[in-house]
Design a protein around this ligand. Structure first.
Ligand code: FAD
Length: 410
């Protein structure tokens, strides 16, 4: 067992952890920053929706973790097994102990595949797929290309919160559009645990029209609890008991929660997420701990877009705490920004942007509730470029903040 120390320790080197390290080192290259990240592969998860639609190659959504590690950061290829905030320490799978002055928690969330009975053994076969896994997303498109007339295609959505709340229905729209282009008439159902198409009413109203336009049926209050791959049957819990539905294709989005290591630690609140101030992103009990990305309890949409506006806030707070930022600089605050580019068809996107309390905002002077062709190249080319070349380098996107916009949908 080795006991060692770094000034700043970042737990998790995914979408949130890497930009924090890069920006810190950019501001002061001498900063002692270590990133604990077990995976040798780094993913651009928002691309998996396009992979599932046949609009992007899977291999373009991943790279080696080594290639995104900022110069000057120490990569600890290990995983956190426990947090000891009273002693400023984390324990690692290797048995080693790592001490810190400042800790940033950016471990993402855990997808609870096993919470659905019978699911894991049938994933990737029997028509059962999910865009929430790199290796399965291409199977979504294979199924869309092979379904025939009269087929039953089911798309599920679990209880919130999940990462990218719009992704379950994006899978539906791209599949439905593929079937329409192939001239195939299928029965398409959206089995949603919740009671609306989207959490922000102005966008939900437009999405009601989009799903109706495909002749697909939303089934609200339906929570997937079991899958029988060989019989090709999915079972849902509803207010009126269990319902079993036959399928030819089943796109599953399982329930999601905080990583177990966080849930069982002093950093977590009742719901299991890291508790942080929703504007400052500092821990509610430990002044030298910061949290961002999918693992926190902030009531924003868990998206990469949110992380893009969170990481500069964490970096400024860290530098202020370390005394490397002028004391007069006003503290940055996170406003709850999140965005969800809803791929309503191949070549068309409803770019939903919002802040805390469901306030509709937009980066563009156009009604944000309307699906637009010009937003497709943003999703397909610009956002990935922004991720790989700007965000992961720790550079903040310096366009003006998105503005509140009136919407035309009444
Ligand atoms: P992650 O990027 O998941 O990183 C967490 C990191 O922590 C991982 O590298 C992991 O290996 C590491 N880790 C885990 N456990 C440990 C441990 N014990 N010790 C150390 N490290 C650990 N967002 C958008 O903005 N727009 C979209 O269109 C969009 N679409 C999406 C579609 C899909 C299908 C999916 C799955 C996600 C989508 N997202 C989208 C969401 C976006 O990918 C996430 O919100 C974002 O990746 C969150 O960043 P994060 O760093 O919190 O988590």
């Amino acid at each position: 067992q080795t006991h060692y120390k770094h000034r700043v320790v970042i737990a998790g080197g995914g979408t949130a952890g890497i930009p924090v390290a890069a920006a810190l080192l950019h501001a002061d290259p001498a900063t002692d920053v270590a990133i604990i990240e077990p995976s040798e592969t780094h993913y651009y998860q928002p691309g998996w929706t396009l992979v599932g639609g046949g609009d992007m190659r899977a291999k373009d959504t991943k790279t080696d973790t080594a290639s995104v590690m900022p110069e000057g950061a120490t990569w600890i290829k290990d995983a956190v097994t426990g947090f000891d905030p009273e002693h400023n320490r984390v324990t690692l799978v290797s048995g080693n102990i790592l001490e810190y002055d400042y800790l940033v928690v950016a471990m993402g969330l855990q997808i609870d595949w096993d919470a659905i009975e019978g699911l894991t053994e049938t994933l990737g076969k029997n028509g059962v797929t999910s865009n929430y896994r790199y290796d399965l997303a291409p199977y979504t498109n294979e199924l869309a290309q092979s379904l025939g007339n009269g087929a039953n295609a089911l798309f599920t959505q679990p209880a919130m919160p999940i990462k990218c709340a719009g992704a379950p229905q994006k899978a539906l729209y791209l599949t439905a559009d593929t079937l329409r282009r192939r001239g195939v008439k299928a029965h398409i159902g959206f089995y949603n645990q919740g009671g609306a198409m989207f959490g922000v009413p102005a966008y939900a109203r437009e999405l009601d029209k989009v799903i109706a336009g495909y002749g697909a049926t939303p089934y609200f209050g339906h929570n997937l609890v079991a899958v029988d791959g060989t019989k090709k049957q999915a079972t849902f819990e509803t207010q009126d008991g269990r319902v079993t539905v036959d399928f030819d294709m089943l796109h599953v989005v399982p329930p999601q929660s905080a990583p177990d290591v966080i849930k069982h630690s002093p950093l977590a609140g009742e719901a299991g997420w890291v508790t942080v101030d929703k504007n400052r992103l500092t821990h509610t009990r430990y002044a030298n701990i910061f949290g961002l990305g999918d693992c926190t309890d902030t009531p924003n949409a868990k998206t990469m877009a949110a992380v893009r506006r969170q990481f500069p806030v964490v970096v400024a707070a860290l530098r202020r705490a370390m005394g490397t930022l002028g004391a007069t600089a006003a503290p940055l605050e996170y406003d709850g920004y999140g965005a969800c580019p809803l791929t309503v068809a191949h070549g068309k996107v409803l770019l939903a942007e919002f802040r805390y309390n469901g306030e509709v905002v937009s980066s563009f002077p156009l009604d944000p509730t309307q699906p637009r062709r010009i937003h497709w190249p943003l999703k397909k080319y610009f956002f990935p470029w922004l991720y790989w070349h700007v965000m992961l380098k720790g550079k903040a996107w310096s366009l003006p903040a998105p503005k509140p916009r009136p919407t035309s949908t009444a």
